[in-house]
Design a binder for this molecule. Structure first.
Ligand code: NAD
Length: 366
């Protein structure tokens, strides 16, 4: 064992969060056994379970546990019990709070098509062939955080403001360009520069950063309306796609449908803070929610959580080979026809959460 143990904070959260996170932990332990790495897991409360126990969606102990870790693995938060949108304390405040506390300003969502699941998508197989996208979304700026006004009886006018500063655009561009370098060196930046002033700044800053610091990266600018179309017409034409908060929010959901099921898609949120390995202290989570309709039944698909663990290995621990072993293990169980209920197409055997997790572990240990 040449490396110090990797400290991973586990925020399992609500609903199926604990079920799928348990399988991701098993997978990390299997990687540890095979490659001689050690993981130390510490857990923290977030979301509805944290509200029930402490009254807060993000207790300060959870922030401490995460700040002292090399990476954070998150399940999902929320559920009908805490659904009141007017409640002062709500589960999703935990998510926003932990992103803020850890300075996470970029969300990375890879969308790679698993050949065995071509049937799961609503698009034609020939359109989907070769899809391997990484969407990088700016996470802490833009219209969700700019000045706003709610309409009132006195003034029935409402507005939100799309506000970006040069440093906000620079840092997310660097992260996306760096990611592009590790792939095909192609970067498509999305904006609405024909209409919006904030997009014209976005386009200028992205162009300058890439030209100055990443001359080897091939940059193109795509208007957001055109990108919405291209993503379903010729998604394989793109590699790394960079977008601001609002456009990225919409495009990542659109892109996720290419893969057919949310139960398969991981995500990473990264910032500039480095961990004890000198890599970003990221937060890794499936893109799906807490799925209260199937929670506690042992039937949730753990693959998005497991692939989130693979991203953790890659981005926070610098363990690229190990990440690829996990990704290949997932592809292998799917190619063998193992399916959870949500991806039943082409199933040779429908399995539960634990059985799917165990199958991935077995492939890793082979
Ligand atoms: P959801 O993603 O939880 O579920 C949508 C549908 O997909 C459901 O039918 C569910 O059973 C299914 N599904 C989701 N993940 C699955 C998996 N791993 N395996 C099998 N099936 C899966 O979205 P929702 O129903 O809109 O939201 C439920 C709760 O989750 C809400 O309280 C919402 O606020 C919360 N939520 C949390 C996050 C997060 O923690 N990041 C994200 C989205 C929604």
């Amino acid at each position: 064992m040449s490396r110090q143990p990797a400290r991973v904070a586990v925020l399992a959260g609500d609903g199926i969060g604990p079920e799928v996170t348990a399988e991701a932990i098993n997978v990390l332990n299997a990687v540890g056994d095979r490659f001689g790495h050690q993981f130390v897991f510490s857990s923290g409360l977030i979301g509805g379970c944290a509200i029930d126990e402490t009254g807060a969606a993000l207790p300060s102990e959870t922030i401490t546990v995460c700040s002292e870790s090399d990476a954070v693995l998150l399940g999902a938060v929320g559920g009908p019990k805490w659904d009141n949108p007017t409640a002062a304390v709500r589960p999703e405040q935990g998510l926003l709070g932990i992103r803020k506390a850890l300075g996470l300003f970029a969300n990375l969502r890879p969308v790679k098509l698993v050949p065995a699941l071509l049937e799961a998508s609503t698009l034609k197989p020939e359109v989907l062939a070769g899809v391997d996208l990484l969407v990088v979304r700016e996470l802490t700026g833009g219209i969700y955080f700019g000045p706003r006004q709610e309409a009132s009886a006195d003034d029935p006018t409402a507005f939100d403001t799309m506000l970006y500063t040069q440093p906000e655009i620079e840092r997310v561009t660097r992260l996306a360009a760096e990611a592009a370098r590790g792939r095909s060196s192609r970067l498509a930046s999305v904006d609405k520069a024909n209409v919006l002033a904030s997009s014209r700044l976005w386009r200028r800053v992205v162009t300058e950063v890439v030209a100055k610091e990443f001359p080897d990266v091939q940059l193109e600018h795509v208007l957001v309306d055109a990108m919405a179309m291209h993503l379903i017409r010729r998604p394989s034409a793109y590699d790394v796609v960079l977008a601001g908060n609002l456009f990225g929010d919409i495009l990542t959901d659109e892109a996720s449908m290419l893969a057919g099921s949310m139960g398969l898609l991981p995500s990473a949120s990264l910032g500039n803070a480095l961990n004890s390995y000198g890599h970003p202290r990221g937060l890794y989570e499936p893109i799906h929610g807490s799925a209260p309709d199937i929670a506690g039944q042992g039937i949730a698909n753990p693959l998005a959580a497991i692939l989130s663990a693979a991203m953790l290995l890659r981005h926070s621990l610098g363990l690229e080979d190990e990440a690829q072993v996990v990704e290949r293990a997932v592809e292998s169980v799917l190619a063998d026809g193992l399916r959870t209920r949500d991806i039943a197409w082409g199933a040779r055997r429908i399995v539960g959460t634990a059985e799917m997790g165990n199958a991935v572990v077995q492939r890793i240990m082979q």
